[in-house]
Design a protein around this ligand. Structure first.
Ligand SMILES: [Zn+2]
Length: 113
């Protein structure tokens, strides 16, 4: 895999814009894994989720405790934590707090009348 200076600049720009690794790979004519590996070697900063959000939520990192929700497999170079602002006193952002604690609700007793 040959990375030109222009290719690296384009990767850095598209990475900052928040494009998915798959989309960056398509634009550069490379695999998603090649993009992930290069971004990891360049130590590019974590990005907001590629899921479209309102512009005010797209702010990269907010001050204060960061969400510890894991994304991916810990052995994978793409592995990262969510990093959004955590709900006060909780380890997760609002979205992941709901996902983490929604399963705590007791299952309804199917034998109850
Ligand atoms: Zn989160």
């Amino acid at each position: 895999m040959n990375w030109t200076r222009d290719g690296i600049r384009l990767l850095e720009r598209l990475w900052k814009e928040g494009l998915t690794t798959a989309e960056i790979g398509r634009r550069l004519g490379m695999s998603k894994n090649a993009i992930v590996g290069k971004a990891h070697r360049l130590v590019l900063p974590p990005r907001p989720s590629p899921i479209r959000r309102k512009p005010e939520v797209v702010i990269d990192r907010l001050p204060g405790p960061a969400c510890q929700w894991p994304h991916g497999d810990p052995g994978d170079p793409e592995f990262r934590f969510c990093g959004k602002r955590a709900v006060s006193g909780k380890p997760y952002c609002g979205e992941h707090y709901l996902r983490a604690y929604v399963g705590v609700t007791p299952v309804r007793d199917v034998n109850a009348a």
